[in-house]
Design a protein around this ligand. Structure first.
Ligand code: SF4
Ligand code: SF4
Length: 448
């Protein structure tokens, strides 16, 4: 089988060796959790509990009406101690529900549901009620992707198994330890969408998993139509648009979504969460993540209750060389935000926590653009990062928008390859926010 890929990209050092092959360690004994109320992309939701309430693991504790919402659930049993703003992985303070454990293992899961015989409406309702969001990115509500408008027919479901960010190995471990759950989750989604074809897109640095995944597919009657496609190991192979282009040759249009080219893409962890929600009735209350970085003395793949403070894992579960820590990253080093400390909760889309030392966290002084064109060649979205940078430095938001700043997926490849260490992606992140704010103001004015 040929190994597919996309145009552009880069090859940052993989640095996965520290946790590759390490079994997922299940952490159940946390004393408290700090559960952010809003962990999804979409409309805000509200707490359903108050201080003093006793809750069970799996019980819904926040929700709201509306299509772009998903509930959150208690990830441990105990008492609600506080509801207050706390620092979250997006580097902002947001409302959080703090639960103190009572040590009980009682659960309040949903009843199991056969995802291969229920109706489409039942399947979508279950995925929403289980609070499932995209676990590899911005936390997009999973049920919304499964209900595209009638003019956007879907013919392919893709499992994003690229895990292209350096350091991270949690998806690899999940596929190794629970390949059948990935296949079941895909089959449920394919059935809900009426799609007969599914592809697991696997980077070839994980080609050792191909046989195991194919056996899991072949040994299940619902595996029909699912195949494994090897992809070249290259960053950002796991970007939805890059994945779709590599696997199908289709190009998601500017400003468009995977459904515009007939695809639905979910991270492999999301498919596993979907399988759990049907087989066990278990909401998305546990999160697998990789803890690594040169200042982490005990790199691991972990499974922890959502809302676990990383600081509460130290020192019993992980040990850190605190003196050596220069930067803490939530997620991968290319796209993950840098946090001021690690008293921050793991949430539904936290794929990793990296404790970086001086060498890993080094920030070089910005030099002038030497017009080498490397950023342009590396940008898989076919943008001109140097020109975008000039437009934003000149505060020309109209020009930045015109030349595609909103199509930037913030992958950071251009910053990585730039020999002058220009902080390109950092500028594009701010630029996109400014363009959005400007449009909002214009829309408000037009509405008056
Ligand atoms: S311009 Fe945006 S999409 Fe292109 S390489 Fe830079 S960060 Fe990635
Ligand atoms: S890679 Fe850096 S120096 Fe080269 S053209 Fe792009 S912004 Fe300029």
């Amino acid at each position: 089988m040929s190994i597919k890929t996309f145009k552009g990209g880069a090859h940052p050092p993989e640095r996965k060796h520290r946790t590759e092959g390490l079994p997922i360690e299940n952490v159940r004994t946390v004393k408290q959790v700090v559960i952010p109320v809003n962990q999804h992309f979409g409309a805000p939701i509200q707490p359903l509990v108050k201080v003093g309430d006793v809750v069970k693991r799996g019980q819904k504790i926040a929700d709201a009406d509306g299509r772009m919402t998903v509930p959150v659930h208690a990830s441990i049993s105990g008492t609600v101690k506080k509801i207050e703003p706390r620092l979250q992985p997006n580097n902002l303070d947001g409302m959080a529900i703090i639960i103190e454990s009572d040590g009980s293992s009682e659960t309040a899961f949903l009843p199991p549901l056969d995802g291969l015989s229920c109706t489409k409406d039942e399947a979508l309702a279950r995925i929403r009620e289980a609070g499932i969001v995209g676990m590899g990115g911005a936390g997009f509500p999973a049920h919304v992707k499964l209900a595209p408008p009638p003019n956007k027919p879907i013919d392919l479901v893709i499992a994003n198994a690229a895990e292209c960010e350096p350091y991270l190995t949690i998806d690899e471990r999940m596929m190794e330890e629970a390949p059948g759950d990935l296949v079941l989750g895909m089959a449920i989604v394919m059935r809900a969408l009426g799609v007969s074809k599914g592809v697991i897109g696997l980077e070839d640095n994980k080609s050792h998993l191909q046989g195991q995944l194919e056996s899991a597919i072949a040994s299940r009657h619902y595996g029909n139509g699912i195949t494994v496609q090897l992809l070249k190991t290259k960053y950002p192979q796991g970007g939805e648009k890059m994945l779709i282009t590599a696997i199908t040759g289709r190009e998601v249009p500017s400003g468009g979504l995977p459904m515009d080219v007939g695809c639905v893409v979910h991270n492999v962890g999301t498919f596993k969460a979907i399988a759990d929600a049907f087989q066990e009735g278990k909401p998305l209350i546990d999160r697998g993540l990789t803890v690594s970085g040169a200042a982490c003395k005990t790199p691991k793949n972990l499974m922890v209750p959502v809302g676990t403070l990383v600081s509460d894992l130290v020192p019993d579960v992980i040990q850190i060389d605190e003196e050596a820590v220069r930067r803490v990253i939530f997620g991968g080093p290319m796209m993950g935000p840098s946090l001021p400390n690690w008293t921050v909760p793991v949430q539904k889309n936290t794929s990793g926590v990296l404790f970086m030392d001086e060498r890993e966290a080094k920030v070089y002084e910005e030099g002038p653009c030497i017009r080498c064109g490397r950023c342009m060649r590396a940008c898989s979205c076919r943008l001109s990062p140097a020109l975008l940078n000039n437009a934003l430095k000149a505060n020309d938001l109209d020009l930045a928008e015109q030349i595609g700043v909103m199509d930037c997926i913030e992958c950071g490849t251009c910053s990585y390859v730039c020999p002058s260490h220009i902080q390109l992606v950092q500028r594009f992140r701010v630029g996109k926010q400014l363009v959005r704010a400007k449009k909002q103001k214009e829309a408000q004015r037009a509405g008056k």
